[in-house]
Design a protein around this ligand. Structure first.
Ligand SMILES: Cc1cc2nc3c(=O)[nH]c(=O)nc-3n(C[C@H](O)[C@H](O)[C@H](O)COP(=O)(O)OP(=O)(O)OC[C@H]3O[C@@H](n4cnc5c(N)ncnc54)[C@H](O)[C@@H]3O)c2cc1C
Length: 417
């Protein structure tokens, strides 16, 4: 492969794809083109710690020396505008082209925006990038009242972080509950209760209809109930949309993301897609998904590198995710949609519990609050294809560990996989 691999997007997925190509022994050219002018960095800390600490530094995904040491040609500040599929060439914004033999699209996603009166005012922000986080940190220092539109993971993480930094925070969520359908109602209710105990005001079943400003800066958010909430900063956190336009314009199939097969190949096999931008049929549920998590981005990138090197195993990673909201470490493993019963271990009143979700006798996934051992065991069990009975789970953590140890002795090959 003379022109080698070009990776578009230098986030979690893009950087991992570059690293995995080298780890897997690929010795051709690797160009990693990203439109941000940063050393690629971890995104999760942005909403959890970075925005409240004026001294916090971004956490690089890899040190600077990693790129040169592994002959990865990292090009910051380079935006790709067009893919010429026939010529296997990319147009760089502002001029220039890049030729490729294989292309990996790791373009991620961007915040969904809402159009309402006042949305263009200064002080109205969303959080995706380090540049956004710097702006939020700066605005937060000048704000007493913050309104957050959207009660999803990122909105709630920001709410807890800014509340801990002393701001008066109101979360406005259109649905009747927090965290959409991402977690069980019991977890959402628990999160609500603890956020309120921290002093975060939460309005569910409510939305923002208008923002009022003064001198071009936001001053208040007006809710669908007619309440006027003072705000010097309004954070819009209503989810993301995948960055598919580059692929779509090149004629690549799109279905709520760049559609990929079990090997991360798009409808044009030399072009692969990974991370937040990619949608696929999930091996675990048989349903079509597009997942937004560090695990999904990095595991898909590892597999994409192996596909490029000629390996043919399908994607089979167990999905997991975490979120830190105030004093709650939430950890999710598996995909729990479609569950019809559940077992709870631990004590919500102690802020430590896990919910094991079942469809019939099949364990679909586990949602944990401050029970990391349950989460870790869950990852091992689901990875090994072990589904304990609800009765075994209900017997407690020791019984569960024992049952899994028994399974591993019977099926060691599977369990070690
Ligand atoms: C604030 C925040 C907190 C999060 N917390 C968690 C968490 O706790 N746990 C968890 O599992 N996940 C978390 N996530 C989600 C996780 O960060 C994403 O799922 C992950 O970053 C996806 O990786 P990616 O490489 O697909 O996309 P990204 O990391 O978004 O990278 C995509 C990159 O491509 C660039 N790009 C796009 N188009 C082009 C183009 N045409 N040319 C050049 N470059 C381009 C983008 O600018 C971006 O730099 C969080 C996300 C955010 C924003």
């Amino acid at each position: 492969m003379k022109n080698g691999v070009v990776i578009v997007g230098a986030g979690h997925a893009g950087v991992q794809a570059a690293a995995s190509l080298r780890e897997e022994g690929y010795d051709g050219p690797v160009i990693l083109a990203g439109d941000e002018n940063e050393l690629p960095y971890h995104k999760p800390p942005l909403s959890k710690t970075f925005i409240k600490d004026a001294e916090a530094k971004p956490q690089p995904l890899r040190g600077e020396a990693f790129y040169s040491g592994n002959a990865i040609d990292y090009r910051p500040g380079v935006r790709i505008d067009r893919i010429d599929v026939c010529a296997r060439r990319l147009d760089v914004s502002g001029g220039g082209t890049l030729a490729f033999d294989r292309l990996v699209l790791a373009t991620g996603s961007r915040p969904r925006l809402l159009r309402f009166e006042g949305a263009e005012l200064a002080g109205v922000v969303s959080l995706r990038s380090l540049a956004d986080a710097r702006l939020i940190r700066e605005l937060s220092a000048q704000s007493e009242d913050v309104v957050i539109l959207g009660g999803g993971f990122i909105g709630l993480e920001i709410a807890a972080t800014l509340r801990a930094a002393g701001r008066k925070v109101t979360v406005v969520e259109a649905l009747e509950r927090l965290l959409g359908r991402a977690v069980a109602p019991a977890i959402a209710a628990h999160v609500l209760q603890r956020l309120e105990a921290m002093g975060v005001r939460v309005l569910t079943g409510t939305t923002i209809v208008r923002l009022d400003g003064e001198g071009g800066r936001v001053r208040a958010a007006v809710t669908s109930d007619g309440e006027r909430l003072p705000a010097q900063m309004v954070v819009i956190g209503i989810g993301v949309v995948p960055n598919v336009e580059l692929a779509e314009a090149a004629g690549i199939a799109i279905a709520n993301g760049i559609r990929v097969d079990q090997h991360m190949r798009s409808s044009i096999p030399e072009i692969l897609a990974v991370g937040d931008a990619a949608s696929y049929r999930h091996w675990f549920t048989g349903g079509d998904v597009r997942l937004e998590s560090v695990q999904n981005a990095t595991d898909q990138a590892r597999l994409a590198a192996r596909t490029i090197l000629g390996h043919t195993e399908p994607y089979s990673a167990v999905p997991w995710f975490w979120s830190d909201i105030g004093d709650m470490k939430l950890q999710m493993v598996g995909l729990t949609q479609g569950g019809d019963s559940h077992v709870v271990l631990g004590e919500p009143a102690e802020n430590k519990f896990s919910i094991y979700h079942y469809a019939g006798d099949r364990l679909l996934g586990i949602e944990s609050v401050n029970r990391p051992a349950d989460h870790m065991l869950g990852r091992k069990m689901l990875g090994a294809g072990f589904s304990p009975t609800p009765q075994t789970v209900a017997a407690g953590a020791d019984a569960l560990k024992g049952a899994f140890a028994g399974f591993q002795t019977i099926e060691p090959a599977k369990a070690d996989a």
